[in-house]
Design a protein around this ligand. Structure first.
Ligand SMILES: Nc1nc2c(c(=O)[nH]1)N[C@H]1C(S)=C(S)[C@@H](COP(=O)(O)O)O[C@H]1N2
Ligand SMILES: [Mo]
Length: 319
């Protein structure tokens, strides 16, 4: 059910980015040690410290040379409505979210459906894990050095059938842990769980990653721990956080923002400076940390990698 008491609110409402002061806090002690011992990509010594680091990771060939956004901004200027509507509330309210144990169900149109423990995911894909320094864009933009591996690697494991035309993702639904899912607490509720979708060829594209860390460290809760999607040629809302379900499906899923405001958000959400959002231009963006706005690039600068996925499609349809 959808209750909508604040109709002009959108996922893109911008809080002035003056609030990066709050010190980030990473791992709750407890799981770091055990996890570090099991995962080849993790530094065993560092695992005993408060912050768990990924070591020896190669860099993806898709990485940009552009300057990285300050970690304080990446971890304190977030959208994660399960933890409130303000950009600075996820950093405060997501810290108590339990990310262990954590299971991910991968099923639907495939021959080998699986329930994976996050520790197994980290171990199984450690060899494929890379640093992906990628741009992400909204009205603001950032360059984030994600730690991640291609979503395709995981999808191949379950062997999608010919009927797998789309992939549907769900975030954890747990109102006890996620105050934003308690009806009415913020006077506004999305239809939980947060849901996203990709077409199967988008999902198999090597630029589509599952991320488990950033800046060489385990993903902070506010950025979608323990595992989140990153689709850098699409607007930020496609990059669903804290994933518990990955379902191969035949029909195009309805994603959360499309359901919430179908006149404003579509399925594809490809970054396109020429297509305005109904209530604002998307021609320019402000890179966090910079004063002047810059032109937004088609497909957020990743046209060479992904434009061919949409050959023959009407650009309007791509929103
Ligand atoms: N589960 C969930 N995933 C989500 C969101 C959300 O509210 N809930 N917000 C989305 C939006 S609108 C954006 S812009 C990005 C923000 O990611 P970041 O905080 O890591 O920059 O997460 C996306 N993933
Ligand atoms: Mo967003």
């Amino acid at each position: 059910m959808l209750i909508r008491t604040k109709p002009d609110l959108t996922e893109n409402d911008v809080t002035p980015p003056a609030l990066y002061r709050q010190r980030r806090r990473f791992i709750q002690s407890g799981f770091a040690l055990a996890a570090g011992a099991l995962v080849p990509g993790l530094d065993a010594a560092a695992a005993t410290l408060e912050v768990k680091k990924f070591v020896g990771l190669g860099t993806s060939r898709y990485s940009t040379d552009e300057e990285m956004t300050d970690i304080e901004a990446i971890t304190n200027y977030n959208n994660f409505y399960e933890f409130g509507l303000d950009k600075d509330s996820p950093a405060k309210l997501a810290q108590e979210m339990k990310t262990r144990p954590w299971q991910i169900v991968v099923d639907g149109e495939c021959t080998k459906p699986m329930t994976l423990d996050i520790e197994d995911v980290l171990a199984d894909f450690a060899m494929e894990e890379r640093i992906y320094r990628l741009r992400c864009v909204e009205a603001w933009s950032m360059v984030v050095p994600w730690v991640g591996f291609p979503l395709s690697a995981l999808l191949k494991k379950v062997e999608p059938t010919m009927n797998a035309k789309y992939v549907e993702f769900h975030t954890l639904h747990d109102p006890d842990q996620m105050p934003g899912q308690r009806r009415g607490l913020f006077g506004y509720v999305l239809d939980w769980p947060y849901t996203e979708g990709l077409r199967i060829d988008e999902a198999m594209n090597p630029l589509t990653i599952l991320s488990t860390g950033l800046y060489g460290e385990v993903l902070p809760n506010q950025n979608g721990a323990p595992i989140r999607l990153v689709v850098p040629w699409k607007y930020g809302f496609k990059s669903i956080k804290s994933i518990v379900t990955i379902k191969l499906v035949e029909k195009q899923p309805v994603n959360t923002w499309q359901q919430q405001a179908p006149n404003e958000y579509g399925f594809y959400a490809n970054v396109n400076p020429q297509v305005d959002h109904p209530r604002w231009s998307q021609a320019r963006e402000r890179r966090i940390g910079e004063m002047l706005r810059r032109d937004t690039l088609p497909f957020n600068g990743y046209a060479e990698q992904v434009a061919s996925l949409y050959n023959g499609m009407d650009p309007k349809q791509l929103y």
